[in-house]
Ligand binder design. Structure first.
Ligand code: P5A
Length: 444
């Protein structure tokens, strides 16, 4: 991609309306454009990153056997009346009337709709467990949308739903998502800690929020530092192994402020291990048994002729919020360098030709190198503008291509000036560059 032909409307300075670094950067490099309060268009750069995050989220859902569906954004109020949540949900729900005067709504979440799909198709315990998910826009009429796409009104969420025969099997499903979330966030290069949390309007009494540390986060957390040393490597999908994983995390006090109890915190966590800080909620999982299946009549036949309501959980990841969360975690505000993990970077490598108006050979060479890289599955962006080298490098640092190649008059033959952003430049061949990038892409 040539930068002169791309739609990347970069601003010279940070926009004054943005208070946190992710919002500043997203507006500055033209990743998003606000269309009205809390509602955004996603421009090419932002959309590319979000799609890559979505792909990783999807892959990790598929790995635990969840099946992808797509439910609509607009729902009928009928099913919400059946579950009893139509009134409870309050002003956050955007209510709409169609031309027949029917009450509709823009879905803030999908527990009712998925329960309706389940009850109309599956009737036997033999079909359980079922794990269904979709990745779809949601709308919540937040009273105070802020920080750009971090807390907005229209946002992109992965929401999954589990259906099981009894509590034991339902906890098994819950734990599969627990593992899958740890793996998803790790692939995004984030340390997200599961913390006991309140269930709010979703309901139930077992819930974890997955939180990454950030000063600008809206969640206050109280935790035992040692939880950060844990990892999920080596955990398989066996019931026992998943149970042990959750226990491993739950042995350390880690809660959000709604669950905070000073006495317990001080009893369970020694002074030097206490951490009270802020974080961003990137995922949230819930177990709520028959909260929806009972009022909506979603039951299955059990062996022996009895029937029971299915036991359900729901599992959300803020796919669009993750774009901002990664920026909060990885953007070096002082030096204005964005370090996207290569798995979600909008471009893998920036090609920076030191242009010469009277000589097209440098741009020609850059184009050839770009073609070769693209043919090897490596996404490139070429800065073909007339700007000087330092402003080109600054621009690419902001966009956040993790690698750069500088092509000058002296670049002859095969050897190129290559740099991983933040590390020492090296002079190596295109073949070696392709090898390094391919390895990095496979690893991540
Ligand atoms: C779980 C899936 C639910 O809605 N129902 C289906 C459950 N949970 S949740 O915690 O309310 O939301 C899940 C994740 O969505 C992101 N999120 C938001 N992102 C941007 N702007 C918002 N206003 C917003 N609200 C929720 C969060 O990442 C949250 O963890």
């Amino acid at each position: 991609m040539l930068i002169s032909k791309s739609f990347i409307p970069i601003l010279k300075n940070n926009p004054s309306e943005a208070k946190i670094k992710s919002h500043q950067l997203m507006l500055r490099v033209g990743m998003i454009k606000q269309s009205s309060a809390g509602i955004y268009s996603w421009l090419p750069l932002g959309f590319k990153v979000m799609k890559k995050i979505e792909k990783i989220v999807r892959e990790e859902q598929n790995k635990i056997g969840a099946q992808e569906i797509l439910m609509p954004t607009i729902q009928s109020s009928e099913i919400w009346k059946e579950s009893g949540r139509y009134e409870d949900y309050g002003e956050e729900m955007l209510r709409i009337k169609d031309r027949q005067d029917r009450e509709m709504l823009y879905g803030p979440t999908n527990e009712e709709l998925v329960t309706d799909i389940f009850r109309s198709s599956l009737k036997s315990y033999k079909s359980l467990p079922q794990l269904l998910y979709h990745i779809q826009w949601k709308f919540r009429d937040e009273i105070r949308p802020r920080f750009g796409i971090m807390r907005c009104r229209e946002f992109f969420m992965k929401d999954a739903y589990s259906f099981d025969i009894n509590d034991e099997e339902a906890f098994f499903s819950y734990n599969k998502f627990f593992l899958s979330y740890l793996k998803t966030f790790k692939r995004l290069n984030l340390t997200a800690i599961p913390m006991a949390a309140d269930t709010g309007p979703i309901g139930g009494n077992l819930s974890h929020e997955f939180i990454i540390l950030a000063e600008t986060g809206e969640s206050k957390i109280f935790t035992d530092k040692r939880v950060f040393d844990l990892n999920s490597d080596g955990t398989n999908l066996e019931k026992k192994s998943l149970e042990d994983l959750r226990k491993k995390y739950e042995q350390f006090y880690s809660v959000t402020d709604e669950k905070f109890n000073k006495e317990e915190f001080e009893k369970q966590v020694s002074e030097q291990n206490r951490l009270i800080t802020k974080g961003i909620e990137v995922g949230h999982i819930f177990y709520f048994g028959d909260k929806y299946s009972k009022p909506m009549g979603a039951s299955v036949d059990l062996p022996g002729g009895k029937k029971d309501f299915v036991k359900m959980g729901s599992y959300g990841i803020g796919v669009s919020r993750l774009v901002g969360a990664i920026i909060e975690a990885k953007y070096d505000e002082k030096n204005e360098v964005m370090k996207w993990p290569i798995s979600v970077a909008p471009y893998d490598i920036a090609i920076i030709p030191m242009m010469n108006k009277n000589d097209n050979s440098i741009l020609d060479k850059s184009n050839k190198i770009s073609l070769e890289l693209e043919n090897n599955g490596i996404e490139t962006i070429i800065d073909d503008t007339d700007e000087n080298l330092s402003s080109k490098i600054k621009k690419m640092n902001l966009i956040g291509a993790p690698y750069q190649i500088i092509i000058g008059k002296k670049t002859e033959g095969e050897i190129l000036e290559f740099q991983e952003v933040g590390k020492e430049p090296q002079k190596i061949s295109l073949k070696e560059i392709i090898k390094i990038l391919k390895e990095q892409k496979v690893k991540n």
